[in-house]
Design a binder for this molecule. Sequence first.
Ligand SMILES: Nc1ncnc2c1ncn2[C@@H]1O[C@H](COP(=O)(O)OP(=O)(O)O)[C@@H](O)[C@H]1O
Ligand SMILES: [Mg+2]
Length: 408
Amino acid sequence: MRTNQQPQRSSLDPTRRSLESQEFEASLRQKIVGQEEGIRAVVDLYQVFCAQMCATGRPVGNLLFLGPTGSGKTRIVEAAAEILFGDPRAVIKLDCAEFQHSHEIAKLIGSPPGYLGHRETHPLITQEELAKHHKENLKLSFLLFDEIEKASDALWQLLLGMLDKATLTLGDNRRVDLSQTMIFLTSNLGGGEITDMITGGMGFVQPGHKPAEVLDGKVERTAQEAARRKFSPEFMNRLDKIVVFHPLRARQLEQILEIELDMVQRRLLDTARGQFLFRVAPAAKAFLLREGTDLKYGARHLKRAIERHIVYPLANLLATEQVRLGDMLCVDWDEREQRLIFEKEGEGAVLPVAVRTILSANDQAAGATGGKPTEAPASVAAREAQAPVALPPVTPIPAPANRRKNDT
Ligand SMILES: Nc1ncnc2c1ncn2[C@@H]1O[C@H](COP(=O)(O)OP(=O)(O)O)[C@@H](O)[C@H]1O
Ligand SMILES: [Mg+2]
């Protein structure tokens, strides 16, 4: 018997993301400037993982990042690790240039039994290593192959297997399961062509050169074509997505400067002796941008300028005790002398107040994403909250997680 009642229909919104993905995305946007497509690709994968909809027997996802040097390809993976696991180094990162010869492959998978030097070579990719940063509610791992255009044939063979079957067989025949792993591959392929295209081979952007959209399209085609020329179809077919990172524009470098200066401040607040505040006047920022803008090396050049002109001098001031706990410093630009000047603006009591201002400003920024701090890792937030506000006395604080030896 038919009932007259029609099943009730209500329309659904398949574009809406879960709260955890929204928070992840908002945090990523605070760390990565521009690169919209890259952010979307990483968040999409995370959403698929959270919904437990990954295909069985495959990695969570295989993403290839193309585009010029210093545009954020490696950084986006580290930033995602920092947000999700509280540590930018929660990534197994392999520099493909280091695995050119067959004996170097042994560094990756360990040597087979009986192989010369067997005991000494521990594989870099193991199940334990992948699980090292797992959290109770997040059993996800990140694997990053940097600059894959430099990989040897032997590495390619391994890579193809990992991308396709989500397994890796180690030298001693143990199997590593990569089905809970996101695999990221980066390549600067086409980077030189892209730089030439933007600068017209002149090394700098010519005023009124070409509209941004036209250029963006060309950048994308150039990178994709370079990849198709270099990489085999069987490799390209195993990728879930190819994302082209764009050269950074002046406005974006300005934003990166702010992020990097903020990171320097955090580094200072994390040291036992260096808990003082500094601000950089607009004229000094303009100088850093002039020094740090280089189309060939993207934001890498800017980071170097900050190290040289801000971090080293601050370290000197600290080491010679010209600045002390609780001081407030201003970095300005002396037009006549054409150099940066460092001046003390206040001392002692200023710190706890000023730090609270900074922290509450950060909280307000976090408020935009639903009231929760966007810097997800509680450990980081707790450390930051404790360190500056609990002054004095000062207890030594471990080196910050975001300090790395090199940033290539
Ligand atoms: N889009 C970006 N947003 C924020 N920081 C960036 C961005 N691009 C580059 N950087 C900064 O420059 C550094 C070098 O970028 P990286 O990601 O290593 O470049 P590559 O694209 O060559 O992998 C990063 O550590 C980061 O500090
Ligand atoms: Mg890189």
